[in-house]
Write a protein that binds this ligand. Structure first.
Ligand code: PLP
Length: 439
């Protein structure tokens, strides 16, 4: 039983989970302990099958346990799990990332380093930006999540929002003081910050499109303006595509915004994770050659990893990216459009005030007016989500267990899976409508 497994887990694992949002803290009830997954479905320890809209928080772009990805992983594993030495396939993956992140003749990713988690990628990108510029300050936007390293935990969206924490204990004040947290989509605030601290700011880090406080896309021109301002002041821009990269399109969110229009921009560093590892622990940072070559062994900025670029994870990432073609992105876009419209229709029919938040094939819902910032996202009637979530779960649909998360579709969401979601919507929307605020 899920409840027995959760009780047992809590005796040996803090909170019974290895990543906080899994604990169902903001929706209540018992987390499902999963034992398998295939295509658009996951199965829990009681044998109940759910249509999955979490997709491992993004990586399962092709659906779970895609046969070709599984075969590639099995073949790589049979040749050895990890060597702690270079392998040919690491270069193939780096080349593939470089080849995909380009628009016309512009290819801002000239070098790639593989790491094991998105947290490592952003942490390293920041160290690199500081080492390259010789400056200490970092700008991030409220509600953006960039992993759990010290510098990046201030006002960082879902995980901390779900737990109603302002940030994290254990981050020294001196470290937190080097991070300026600004409101998202607010160029005035950014202009002011550069006016005051322009010669001390090493980098601005921004989610390419924010999706860790629910989905909050950048306003048109915002990302371009961030780049222009930063570059005017000698600061770098780190475009965090850990979530959006290779999910919203072949070349990530940057690719969508830089498809030849006048408003192009060139990040100095990118971070990738999730899809690039195909479900295995693998992430990457990449960018300008002159910046990337400040990394050891060529330069003075140190970074290393025992399992970095290990052949099993690389096999999963390579195979996933090779299979993620235009047909895959077409399916993701179509399913996202269909589902977001259907949820909105069901909520409207039940009289629930809401707005659909979309960034490419990522979407979520705010129970209130449209939100362009963390402050606006937090203003919603979040109490409507837990009853909605549980009604969907009872009907066999697994949604992200927090209103502050994106919904993730996969290319394996076929008509049968979509139909199961659609048929669960009316009663879930009703549950949201009659939800009441906590006393
Ligand atoms: C998930 C995520 C991270 C952290 O990646 P992990 O692999 O969980 O460490 C960083 N940035 C963004 C935008 C993310 O969505």
């Amino acid at each position: 039983m899920n409840s027995d497994l959760f009780a047992r887990a809590q005796r040996s694992i803090p909170g019974g989970v290895n990543s906080p949002v899994r604990a169902f803290g903001s929706v209540g009830g018992t987390p499902r302990f999963l034992v398998g997954a295939s295509g658009p479905y996951v199965t829990d320890s009681e044998g109940t099958e759910y249509v999955d809209l979490v997709a491992s928080w993004g990586p399962a772009i092709l659906g779970h346990a895609h046969p070709e990805v599984v075969a590639a992983v099995q073949q790589a594993a049979a040749r050895g799990l990890s060597f702690g030495a270079s392998t040919p396939s690491e270069t193939e993956l780096a080349e593939l990332v470089i080849a995909r992140v380009r628009a016309g003749s512009v290819s801002p990713v000239e070098r790639v380093r593989l790491v094991s988690t998105g947290t490592e990628a952003t942490m390293t990108a920041i160290r690199l930006a500081r080492g390259f510029t010789g400056r200490d300050l970092l700008v991030k936007f409220a509600g953006h999540y960039h992993g759990h390293s010290d510098a990046l935990l201030a006002e960082s969206g879902s995980g901390v929002a779900t737990l109603s924490l302002p940030g994290s204990a254990g981050v020294p004040a001196d470290v937190a003081a080097l991070t300026l947290v600004l409101p998202y989509n607010d160029l005035g605030a950014l202009t002011e910050a550069f006016g005051r601290y322009g010669d001390r700011i090493a980098a601005v880090i921004t989610e390419a499109a924010a999706a860790n406080m629910g989905v909050v896309p950048p306003l048109p021109g915002f990302n371009a303006a961030v780049h222009r301002l930063a570059h005017e002041h000698g600061a770098l821009v780190i475009l965090d595509e850990v979530l959006t990269g290779f999910r919203v399109g072949r070349a990530g969110w940057w690719g969508l915004e830089n498809d030849g229009g006048a408003d192009g921009y060139t990040p100095d560093l990118f971070t990738f994770g999730k899809v690039v590892g195909g479900g295995m622990p693998l992430a990457a940072l990449g960018g300008r050659a002159d910046v990337m070559e400040h990394l050891a062994p060529l330069g003075p900025v140190y970074q290393a990893g025992t399992l970095s670029g290990n052949p099993v994870a690389v096999a999963a990432g390579l195979t996933t990216l090779r299979l993620a073609d235009d047909a895959v992105y077409g399916r993701l876009d179509a399913v996202a459009a269909q589902l977001s419209a259907a949820v909105s229709e069901a909520l409207s029919a039940a009289g629930v005030v809401h707005s659909v938040q979309r960034a490419g094939n990522l979407f979520s819902f705010v129970f209130g007016g449209p939100a362009q910032s963390y402050a606006e996202v937090k203003r919603q009637e979040a109490f409507r989500y837990p009853p909605f979530f549980h009604a969907m779960l009872d009907a066999g649909v697994s949604l992200p267990p927090s209103v502050f998360e994106a919904w993730f579709v996969t290319a394996a969401h076929d008509d049968a899976a979509v139909e199961r979601i659609l048929s669960a919507l009316p009663s879930a929307a009703h549950a949201a409508a009659v939800g009441t605020p906590p006393a």
